[in-house]
Design a protein around this ligand. Structure first.
Ligand code: GTR
Length: 419
């Protein structure tokens, strides 16, 4: 029956009315009773009793997220060429080296270009780095005219002056406050960022463009990778490059992302052990928020509005959250014992701020099992009272966005764990 439902789900066009008629629950009283899967118990009921057991349970959990949600990403068996596009040795008041490089991924005659913008603080032998995708193009995070305007497909946006799915340079620097590079560099950290649409344009294209196009020879099935997995996969290619860049501390790389890119950041850290820290900003449903709470955006709603984000099997859990063999606390647990910071915004109810916090609480037994603190509190913290254990959390005032306040906590969290 499950298979039949899935087969039908794959071929039926998704009814837009589902998305239009959806009424989110924002009432804590109406959150249904639910039981979360125990991260420290195998699918067969056996308890995790040793570190070796946890390694096996971790693999089992990773498979569940791959097979039931994000989809299985291919191993990278192509080539990457690197071309420097620009370099400024005196960026940010002379404190940083800024570079833009084009990473050309090539496989079986197909190519995809990723244009990466990096800032490395000067006078630091090996700088820890934040690695994160941006929503509107590299040129939006700095006023520097040398930074290219992306040529990739971009969603039209009247405010940004984006028409015909092309970016324009009218909004150069418009996201400067969302990416406080000067503060990062002043505190000894670097940043590597690229426009997420370079990796995979964010629309339902039948998985024929972006990095999916490098693997058109592979037959797709209900487990195949969606766009969130593709963005995470692209982030790993950035790490392939960063590993060889002098001045980068490859042992201290933090992946960071906002919203859909926060979902991608968490998945990137789960599949790529080269990340030793992850930061989720308002990642919500499919990110840090517990699916079983059905508060704000739900599994059905996300699969309906964004049919290309996850794999086909995830649609089976539309309105069937209790049948999920895992929940999002286990995505956090997959990152243990590494530090993870989860940030919510009080008015961003769609992303279920409390559900994001409860995920960290429910991941904590795994951290403790590995001898780490995890989340130090179990009561939802007050507004703008950040909590920083191995798992960190804050809920700030205001709505959906990655703001200066959020970054200040990330920098403190990085200082706490890395200095
Ligand atoms: C929303 C989506 C969320 C979140 C957000 C974003 O429309 O429902 O899951 O990802 O977009 O990425 O800004």
């Amino acid at each position: 029956m499950k298979k039949l439902v899935l087969a039908l789900a794959a071929f039926l066009p998704l009814a837009p009315s589902l998305a239009q008629n959806f009424i989110p629950n924002y009432d804590e009283e109406k959150v249904p009773d639910y039981v979360l899967p125990d991260p420290l118990r195998f699918a067969n009921g056996q308890r995790v009793e040793s570190a070796a057991d946890w390694e096996n349970r971790k693999l089992e959990t990773l498979r569940l997220f791959e097979e039931e949600m994000f989809g299985i990403s291919p191993a990278w068996d192509g080539q990457m060429r690197v071309q420097e596009l620009s370099r400024n040795e005196e960026a940010l008041g002379g404190k940083a080296v800024q570079r833009e490089v084009k990473l050309t991924l090539e496989r079986k005659g197909q190519t995809v270009d990723l244009v990466l913008l990096t800032f490395l603080p000067k006078g630091v032998d090996k700088a820890p780095m934040f690695v994160g995708l941006n929503f509107y193009g590299n040129h939006t995070i700095s006023m520097d005219e040398a930074i290219q305007v992306t040529k990739s497909w971009i969603r039209n946006n009247a405010d940004m002056g984006y028409t015909n799915n092309q970016a324009s340079d009218r909004n150069r620097g418009s996201r400067v406050t969302n990416w406080p590079v000067q503060d990062m560099v002043d505190r000894g950290y670097g940043l590597a960022t690229l426009y997420y649409g370079d990796i995979d344009p964010d629309f339902d294209d039948g998985f024929a463009n972006g990095v999916h196009a490098l693997f058109l020879d592979e037959v797709r099935n209900e487990n195949s990778w969606g766009s969130v997995a593709a963005w995470a996969w692209g982030i790993s290619r950035v790490v392939d490059y960063l590993e060889d860049v002098p001045g980068v501390d490859r042992g201290r790389l933090a992946v960071v992302g906002h919203s859909r890119l926060g979902k991608a950041a968490l998945w990137a850290a789960a599949v790529d052990p080269r990340f030793s820290m992850a930061i989720s900003n308002n990642s919500g449903c499919g990110g840090a928020a517990l699916s079983r709470r059905r508060f704000g955006e739900t599994v059905e709603r996300i699969n309906t509005s964004f049919p290309h984000w996850f794999n086909q099997r995830f649609r089976y859990y539309n309105k069937e959250e209790d049948s999920l063999p895992m929940d999002q606390h286990q995505l956090i647990a997959l990152l243990a014992p590494n530090p993870v910071y989860i940030a919510s915004a009080a008015d961003d109810l769609w992303a279920d701020p409390k559900g994001e916090f409860l995920s960290a609480v429910a991941a904590t037994p795994v951290y403790q099992f590995l001898g780490k603190e995890g989340m130090p509190v179990s009561e939802w913290p007050s507004i703008e009272v950040p909590v920083m254990g191995t798992l960190g959390y804050h809920v700030r005032t205001g709505g959906h966005g990655m703001l200066y306040y959020d970054w200040m906590q990330y920098l403190d969290f990085a200082d706490k764990h890395w200095k």
